[in-house]
Design a protein around this ligand. Sequence first.
Ligand code: FAD
Ligand code: SIN
Length: 562
Amino acid sequence: MTATVPVSWEAEVDLVVIGGGVAGLTAARTASLRGLRVLILSKGGPTDTSTQYAQGGIAVVAPQGDSVDSHVHDTVEAGAGLCEIDAVRSIVAGGQAAVAALTDLGAVFDLGRDGQISRTREGGHSTRRIIHAGGDATGAEVQRALNAAGLPVLFGAAALRVMTGPDGVRGVVAVSDNGFGVVRTPAVLLATGGLGQLYASSTNPPGATGDGVALALWAGAAVADLEFVQFHPTVLYTPGGVGRRPLISEAVRGEGAILVDTEGDSVMAGVHPRGDLAPRDVVSRAIAERMRATGTDHVFLDARRIDGFAQRFPTITASCLSAGIDPVAQLIPVAPGAHYQCGGVLTDTHGRTGVPGLYAAGEVARTGLHGANRLASNSLLEGLVVGGRAGVAAAERLDVRARIEEIPSWAVEFADRAVVQQAMTEHASVVRDGAGLGGALARIEAARSVASPLDTAGGAAARSVSSPLDAVSGAAQSDQTGSGPGIFSATLRRIEDAALTLTARALLVAAADRAESRGCHTRSEYPGPTEDRRHSTAVRLGADGTVELSTVDVVAVPVCAR
Ligand code: FAD
Ligand code: SIN
């Protein structure tokens, strides 16, 4: 193997999983159970995931008074005509077994007075089917149980590039405190989570920088439905708050809280038959319109009528109290915030992309479950079901020998993060228009520079090569020349900026092309959906770095809910 990349460490496995949240760890577990040699790369620590922050719960068909058909119906209605009906049915039907596998691992869900698993309701659901843990700390329990499964994770290791050849995936180039590394593998699963950091304020952790979307595009895969960014209606508002913002779960409305404006009038009365529990896009739009009408930057959630609020919602209570708000006695100020990417890397319901050996699962993937708008609490469900299946599917690559002859250096385009976030926040939020989307794209494209992500290493060459698998199994790694926290953080920053820049460009091109309002994509100049736009938009990267659009036919049921 010749390398212009100064490689300090290397390994060979059957499957590299990029990401240590619900999707990645679930996939790693099913792959390991089938005997695959797995390595998980996670650029953060064990809880630096969106999974950790999930509050409301997991949507899974209840044993009584519910059915797969009902959950499918609610999902498809929220998805506004772009859900793939077979994918929805397959993933929803897989929910109970996936949750059982998680409880086998030790995850504990809240019980009701009858000793059965307690279920709440969230926006867009026709019944109480959301299971939860620790009151409003469901994600922390899911993450705890999966972290405790003893899977081989290399924390503080960021994937920079998926290497491919004519036979598909061959390996991953990564960086850690020990310098640059290469892992030879015929199968890579992208489980990198979302893109909330495209916006100035988001519910997502700092690492949600769209890396998986960019890694997929660079590897030649297609992404789809990227324009559908879900803005959660109730993110805790504090003046000037930016970065990761605390969420006020929809389950708070599920337990009876209502949205009121600064005059005390209901926001949702007369807007939708489900009132405060309308699908998320409907509620976020109604809040945005009310804020515009009243000239304010927030509304309020009135949760004072909920008995035992602090016991049912301990995480939210703590967030409110640290912002100086007592949710039992006071109104909670809230505003919509960037929350979830409904689209992503185009896959089947086993995580397969169009590139042999490249898989994607969890928030980074577009299976067809969410369509134009995700139904609340369907994300952990998807991560568990499709993550588990992708780990199994990766076994189909066991006969492929991943050869890497050389690792040439490469260049990426990146713009200043603040420029990207400002352009996206101003022009690609809850309500968009063509002129704004075009202007945002022009601003980001004008701010681009080109450099190798490896240049941050100062050109240092590695002296000897070690294996990250030693670190995973507890052995110490040697300190290499050209390594250290400085190289890791500088390279990570550059690759994240490059991912944000490419993801923003792809999203803006897709959003500008979608000349209609549908699901969580609202164009002020086009008030509703149009039947001839009832298809997904796929994005690929052209040879010259341009963003190319094409159409993905959607095999959907004829629902066009708005
Ligand atoms: P994540 O859990 O985000 O994990 C991503 C992993 O990828 C991390 O380990 C990260 O370090 C790693 N990574 C990223 N890029 C790289 C790279 N280049 N190299 C190496 N590692 C990388 N959904 C529900 O269903 N129910 C809920 O109640 C709910 N509540 C939510 C509340 C909040 C505040 C948030 C933010 C989200 C919520 N969601 C909820 C959504 C859901 O939590 C996420 O969509 C889901 O957890 C994503 O899981 P994931 O495995 O795809 O990614
Ligand atoms: C919430 O608890 O409101 C978030 C649920 C979700 O994003 O699915």
